[in-house]
Design a protein around this ligand. Structure first.
Ligand code: SF4
Length: 487
């Protein structure tokens, strides 16, 4: 087995890196409400969780590896008291390895400037910013882009004593995708990159008790906050004693919201930029049924994101929908160690077919994406083993051909099956009777209710809204030898 074939812990789907949450609500249990918010955002990252609280005089951070409920209990939440809090859940991209140092919120203290920062996204010019900070005499303890952002904010804030100045300065320097929240001792800040690649929305608590920001609206819902608006691309929003104040810190660029949020990352009960995620998924299935019809007896959705799309496919095609695949919701990634034995078990740890339902039937199986293809291959075999006579795969996104540099782990290009095989080759290798992907126009139609019609589609097209440095690109643009036995 070559190094390329070494067992990997990374699942065969793009993985979201982070979810962020923030609350300014004097008189409320802000730490506990942040804990609820993070549980709603748990799907965006399961490897570490953290909460920082500002109590009027200082900022305190608690964080650790694990799920929100593993890191925090009643006593630890009760010990975090204050008026303002931020929280973070993280998915690590370093070969599936979770490290405590990378857990957030990141605490920053330069002279008397003290704040905690949480980040969803990835900066594409971290090395340049790092070198510049080191030249200015700033000491960095890690190589994370979140620390680099925090230090860039801190060095200017130290001079002007206004955090807003430090954030605006950092926004001028930072490139890539960022949706960030900051807690100081007495205020909450939220800001987004000029393209608005990662989502970040604002809600208000009942009776004007305070303000909430969250990566998704499901984080607002869980604490009873009502959606107000999104943080605008390039905007800094401050929440403090005098209420909400927003200002455009850097000019907004061409809108490029991540379209994959609708396909896979976001929770179906979230609404992003005015577009219901559930409705978008249902429509992808409906459009797929028109674009790639097939004769079959049953339509199944691969849980969870394939299910609304399967319902849409069924409604459009008239083919009966059934629950034919059961998902085990309690297999944590922690237990899926990258060993050969675990890899053999692979998909069975998470998904199990219902033979009584599917035996002797021709199936249309709806899934959200194919990245490396190994999960699809095992899924098709598992359904055949359970008695399916035909398995037709329908995918609710276009072919993933390019890596993501904006906060999503999609592997390097040489590991993306669609970048290395034709459609027929993929169908043959996966073992399906037919295979079809939703067209890009079809996906755009499914998200047509989004208020801002400007999306990042780079993982399908290779057209990156924020230029990628040569150094970063070299790591992923190499189309290397492709060995199907590794998949
Ligand atoms: S490259 Fe793909 S996954 Fe990454 S931000 Fe763009 S659309 Fe989203």
């Amino acid at each position: 087995m070559s190094d390329r074939c070494a067992p990997r812990a990374i699942p065969d789907h793009p993985e979201e890196e982070c979810g962020v949450f923030g609350i300014y609500a004097p008189g409320s249990d802000v730490a506990r409400m942040t804990g609820f918010g993070l549980q709603a955002l748990q799907h965006r990252g399961q490897e570490s969780a953290g909460i920082a609280v500002g109590d009027g005089s200082t900022v305190t951070v608690a964080k650790d590896l694990g799920l929100v409920t593993q890191v925090f209990d009643d006593a630890s939440l009760a010990s975090l008291t204050g008026n303002v809090a931020i929280g973070h859940v993280r998915y690590s991209t370093s070969g599936g390895k979770a490290v405590w140092e990378a857990a957030q919120p990141h605490m920053s203290a330069i002279d008397d400037v003290l704040f905690a920062l949480a980040h969803n996204g990835t900066l594409t010019n971290t090395n340049q910013m790092r070198a510049r900070l080191i030249d200015e005499g700033v000491q960095l303890r890690s190589s994370t882009d979140s620390e680099v952002a925090a230090k860039a904010i801190g060095v200017v804030t130290r001079e002007t004593h206004h955090l807003r100045d430090g954030i605006a300065h950092a926004m001028e320097l930072m490139r890539g995708a960022y949706a960030m929240v900051i807690a100081t001792a007495d205020a909450l800040y939220a800001f987004r990159d000029p393209h608005g690649i990662r989502p970040l929305c604002i809600g208000q608590l009942p009776d004007r008790r305070g303000w909430v920001v969250s990566s998704e609206t499901c984080g607002l819902d869980i604490v009873g906050a009502e959606y107000v608006r999104d943080v605008n691309p390039g905007e800094i929003v401050r929440f403090a004693e005098d209420g909400l104040s927003g200002e455009q810190a850097v000019r907004a660029a061409t809108p490029a919201a991540c379209i994959f949020e609708y396909v896979y990352f976001a929770r179906p009960d979230s609404v992003i930029d005015g577009q219901s995620v559930y409705q978008a998924r249902r429509d992808t299935g409906r459009i797929l049924a028109r674009e790639a019809p097939v004769e079959a007896d049953l339509v199944l959705g691969v849980p969870d994101s394939g299910v609304p799309a399967a319902l849409g496919f069924s409604a459009e095609s008239g083919i009966e929908y059934t629950d034919g695949i059961v998902k085990n919701r309690y297999v944590g990634r922690t237990f899926i160690q990258p060993t050969q034995e675990m890899r053999q078990l692979g998909i069975r740890l998470k998904l199990n077919p219902l033979p009584d339902v599917i035996a002797g039937k021709r199936l249309v199986v709806i899934d959200d994406s194919i990245v490396r293809g190994n999960t699809s291959k095992k899924l098709v075999q598992m359904l055949r083993d359970a008695g399916a006579t035909e398995v037709h795969l329908r995918i609710t996104s276009p072919e993933v051909m390019w890596p993501c540099f904006y906060g999503i782990d999609t592997d390097t290009r040489d590991q993306l099956i669609a970048a290395n095989m034709t459609l027929d080759e993929m169908n043959e290798w996966i073992g399906s009777d037919s295979l079809a992907f939703l067209s890009l126009d079809g996906l755009r139609e499914a998200v047509r209710h989004a208020r801002t019609q400007g999306f990042c589609e780079a993982c399908f097209t290779g057209e990156y809204p924020v230029p990628i440095s040569e150094e970063v690109a070299q790591m992923s643009f190499r189309v290397a030898w492709y060995d199907p036995f590794c998949w």
